[in-house]
Design a binder for this molecule. Structure first.
Ligand SMILES: Cc1cc2nc3c(=O)[nH]c(=O)nc-3n(C[C@H](O)[C@H](O)[C@H](O)COP(=O)(O)OP(=O)(O)OC[C@H]3O[C@@H](n4cnc5c(N)ncnc54)[C@H](O)[C@@H]3O)c2cc1C
Length: 460
């Protein structure tokens, strides 16, 4: 490949802080709030003009796994409960108690944006939006600085502890720390996907909605659409004047701009195929329109850091408990076909109807699981161990959110937002504790961390 030499240059250090939180999604905003509230000088860096990660940039609007599996018992509270109550106060989410019997917390992404703006500022977090982390400077084993790019150019930020909440483990990867990527046998991660909002059609009663859903399923069977489900009438979000659908699927590498580009083209084309069909052939949908597609296609899985412990599918299925538990998860091993196979393929498991048609499935079926092996025990949860937030090689690095140390199957459970927010709160608190004690996150007393999390309303 042709190469070009970038000249060496001196970069201005525009901030020197205790804790640098990289990425402002569910793992990052909660880490930054927790760290600043615990007294650490905290900087939060986010490439977009708003916080929330896929909760806002992906329009992923039900926050899952805040209760135990098949139960109304909460397993995550703390910052999650607080932001839900604040969204409720401005009409953007149900009251906390109302969410407990529900499938996730349905919310309004615009309400989340303003609530997060307020929460980070009240906590005293220094926030840099429109700022992309492009590289990492290491001093022996430690991260000394992250390099950022803004409209002002290339700059550096130093810190004592760095939290990688980029979703894609960009900081760990750039630091040279070991990472894994997708399935262990071929490196492929779960399919990407994108939510979209549909509006401008006449309200349907339950019977008519069911008929229409079946009509779309028949079209999917005939290969008319590339969706993995027919849920275009789903009201995942808090408001009911539009639907919030999660149907699209694209198999590709979420760390490659070329694949991300094709994914964006593909999911938007699929959404518009549906809209054209509905307008032309379904009464009451003549004027339906795409209110919005998500600002970015959503990666479900890309890189994971390698820590002293990797969360596994068995942990999820067994409801495993750990002495160094710092968060709880209850979502199941929900693997979206990494090859992007769509209907009738919902899950990449031993039940995959593509079966022998899929080279990967047929040659690696021993790593797939049957449906009844995918769920945690009813009424129970699995712990997220603190060791899964650490790096085996960089002592001042923590991961938060979906890029923690986990296998393909383990992260298929822990990647949902209720769990990511709980992990983030733990990472931020651990970082502040390390700063206070003058040690690395690898050296803190985890039982002290657990006590601090309980004091801050978290369930551990
Ligand atoms: C299609 C789809 C449907 C899903 N459905 C659900 C669901 O219904 N419920 C649920 O709970 N979860 C769902 N998930 C999973 C969930 O949305 C994610 O796993 C979760 O948002 C991960 O949080 P995170 O903070 O780790 O990463 P992200 O949400 O990806 O946030 C990472 C943040 O870091 C920023 N960032 C990344 N790189 C850089 C960089 N180099 N410099 C600066 N900033 C950077 C990003 O802009 C982003 O704000 C779904 C995911 C997808 C893709």
């Amino acid at each position: 490949m042709l190469t070009i030499t970038e000249p060496e240059r001196q970069l201005p250090v525009i901030a020197e802080v205790d804790v640098v939180v990289c990425g402002g999604g569910p793992g990052g905003f909660s880490a930054a709030i927790a760290s600043a509230r615990r007294g650490a000088k905290t900087l939060l860096i986010e490439r977009y003009g708003f916080l929330g990660g896929l909760a806002t940039a992906g329009l992923v609007v039900p926050i899952l796994a805040h209760t135990a599996h098949e139960s109304e018992t909460p397993i995550v509270e703390g910052i999650l409960r607080e932001l839900t109550e604040r969204m409720h106060a401005i009409g953007g989410a149900p009251a906390w108690e109302q969410t407990l019997p529900q499938w996730g917390i349905r919310f309004d992404a615009e309400a989340l944006k303003i609530v997060l703006d307020e929460m980070v500022q009240e906590a005293g977090v220094q926030v840099m939006l429109h700022t992309t982390i492009t590289d990492v400077i290491r001093n022996n084993h430690h991260i000394q600085a992250v390099i950022i790019e803004t409209k002002s150019g290339r700059q550096a930020v130093t810190g004592k502890v760095f939290i990688d909440a980029t979703g894609d483990a960009d900081v760990a990867y750039r630091s040279g720390a070991p990472i894994t990527h997708g399935r262990d046998f071929d490196g492929r991660g779960e399919a990407m996907g994108s939510f979209f909002h549909l509006a401008g059609f006449e309200p349907l009663d339950e019977e008519r909605a069911q008929e229409l859903r079946q009509q779309i399923e028949h079209e999917m069977e005939d290969g008319r659409f590339h969706f993995y489900n027919a849920g275009f009438l789903s009201t995942n979000s808090h408001h009911t004047d539009h639907t919030a659908a999660n149907m699209t699927r694209f198999g590709g590498d979420a760390d490659l701009a070329a694949d991300l580009t094709q994914a964006e083209f593909s999911v938007r084309r699929d959404v518009w195929d549906l809209v054209r069909y509905l307008r032309a052939s379904v009464k009451g949908f003549e004027d339906c329109y795409v209110q919005q597609t998500s600002p970015q296609v959503g990666p479900r899985e890309s890189r994971q850091i390698v820590g002293p412990y990797a969360l596994t599918g068995d942990d999820v299925h067994d409801g495993a408990k750990h002495e160094d538990a710092i968060a709880r998860g209850s979502w199941w091993i929900d693997i979206h076909c990494p090859l992007g196979h769509a209907y009738p393929v919902h899950l990449c498991t031993v039940e995959c109807p593509k079966g022998a048609d899929c080279d990967y499935w047929s040659s690696h079926h021993e790593s797939m699981r049957s449906r009844n092996e995918l769920y945690p025990p009813s009424g129970d949860w699995y712990d997220i161990p603190y060791r899964s937030l650490l790096s085996v090689s960089v002592p001042n690095l923590l991961a938060a959110g979906r890029c923690i140390s986990a296998t393909h199957e383990g992260m298929a459970g822990s990647r949902v937002m209720g769990t990511c927010i709980a992990i983030g709160q733990a990472a931020g608190t651990a970082a502040a504790l390390a700063v206070q004690k003058g040690c690395h996150p690898t050296e803190i007393d985890v039982q002290v961390l657990r006590q601090m999390l309980r004091e801050d309303g978290q369930l551990v």
